[in-house]
Design a protein around this ligand. Structure first.
Ligand SMILES: Cc1cc2nc3c(=O)[nH]c(=O)nc-3n(C[C@H](O)[C@H](O)[C@H](O)COP(=O)(O)O)c2cc1C
Length: 408
């Protein structure tokens, strides 16, 4: 193994140690059954990634309430019915000494029409897209129920052998809806001031700690801001991180954007960002001055040189990698062996502008490769974008005889 800062261990506040500084960031696997149940392929997929050398594997987002999913074929964990498969999943992921954290999510109003006829949100503010029904405002009782669901899901996963959980506080889902003044117009203790808007995420955090204690890792993925006029700002994001830091959070992963504004997959970047590759490094530098929890940055890293520079700069403790690991599961080993690794992933195009602009294109291409790895096959990098969309839609249809719109 070469002398790279990425190979250094990292001791977490909860006491456990990450064997290196490379994390596979969350990617929805789209491999569950239509009603969110775990299948054997998760073990195969995560064993493949474990063999690839990453110190930490964060799962695709796991729903805490199966009635509210963000995408078809996402996992939902509400009870112990899939315990055996969850245990196999955790065992596969930990087979080479790395850790596995499950990303916990409730999508709030970002739950598409074909899955959810009755989405909920902090306030009844619709999204600017025909894909989603306008949401209903959550009652206080429902808010408390969702908080309890996060803790319940975390406790089932801990029992199955997962090392930790990551709260999905980014990309416009329920936690970020509570944080954003554009989406949270409540006048009770869950809305208004930043202190009130961050109450939901801090209560979720506290509920998990109350149930599982200090030895189970709890992290968060948070937007540096939501890049929307009148939305959640960088200053507010730092305040939320400071609060979670004081509460003892194990790691803060920085990301950005939402369905309405997907900056985490954008191509038009500033020159300085292009050089350093990752999109949120400047924010990480600012954040580092304000918190002592380890910071992970995800979005844009493609070369070993940029990953090393980010860690050497002192602003980043862990580099988060998503898309490159969907085509190169051995990425971490290659980087740690000092082969001057550079990922070859390129923007996925069909040549048809309208389709290329849709997130489904990019997501489908990667999801198709993730599914191949779950089936024990190698990723296919030469497939044209349009075929992945067709393959993924076919897979949804095949498994998704069970994908039903929830009209509870
Ligand atoms: C197929 C796919 C699925 C994703 N699913 C999730 C998810 O479940 N949770 C999440 O926080 N981010 C998700 N992301 C976003 C990634 O974690 C990451 O933030 C983004 O791809 C930018 O990082 P990259 O440049 O290394 O790919 C997904 C991305 C892709 C391509």
């Amino acid at each position: 193994m070469s002398n790279t800062p990425l190979s250094e261990e990292l001791k977490l506040r909860s006491g456990s140690v990450l064997k290196n500084r490379i994390c596979k960031s969350a990617m929805n696997e789209a491999m569950a059954t239509g009603d969110g149940r775990v299948v054997r392929q998760f073990e195969v997929l995560y064993r493949t990634w474990a063999e690839g050398g990453s110190g930490l594997l964060v799962t695709g987002n796991v729903m805490v309430d199966k009635r509210h999913a963000n995408e078809p074929l996402a996992v939902a964990v509400e009870d112990e019915r899939d315990m055996h498969l969850l245990e196999l999943w955790a065992r596969g992921a930990k087979s080479k000494g790395g850790q596995i954290w499950a990303q916990l999510n409730h999508p709030g109003k970002q739950s598409p029409k074909f899955l959810n006829g009755h989405p909920v949100a902090p306030s009844a503010v619709p999204l600017a897209s025909d894909m989603f029904f306008p949401p209903r405002e959550l009652t206080e009782e429902e808010i408390l129920d969702i908080i309890e669901r996060f803790a319940n899901t975390a406790s089932i996963l801990e029992k199955a052998g997962f090392d930790g959980v990551q709260l999905h506080g980014a990309h416009g889902y329920l936690i970020s809806q509570f944080l954003s003044p554009n989406h949270n117009k409540r006048e009770d203790k869950w809305g208004g001031s930043l202190e009130n808007r961050m109450r939901f995420v801090t209560e979720v955090y506290k509920a998990i700690r109350a149930k599982l204690g200090q030895n189970f890792a709890v992290g968060i993925k948070l937007n540096s801001s939501d890049f929307q006029k009148g939305g959640f700002t960088q200053e507010e994001s730092i305040e939320v991180c400071k609060c979670l830091d004081e509460l003892g959070i194990d790691m803060i992963e920085i990301s950005g954007g939402s369905w309405e504004n997907p900056v985490n997959r954008k191509g038009n970047l500033k020159e300085s960002t292009k050089k350093r590759e990752a999109y949120f490094l400047e924010f990480a530098e600012q954040l580092k001055e304000n918190v002592s929890a380890p910071i992970m940055v995800t979005g844009g890293f493609r070369s070993q040189a940029a990953m090393e520079e980010a860690v050497n700069s002192g602003a980043v403790d862990v580099v988060g990698i998503a898309r490159p690991l969907a085509v190169d599961p051995d990425l971490a080993n290659k980087v740690l062996n000092g082969q001057g690794f550079v990922s070859t992933v390129q923007p996925i195009t069909t040549g048809i502008k309208k389709i290329d602009q849709m997130a489904i294109m990019e997501i489908s291409w990667y999801t198709d490769n993730i599914r191949r790895m779950g089936d024990g096959k190698s990723p296919k990098t030469k497939v044209r974008g349009i075929w992945s969309v067709i393959a993924v839609l076919f897979n949804f249809w095949k498994r998704g005889q069970t994908v039903k719109r929830v009209r509870a």
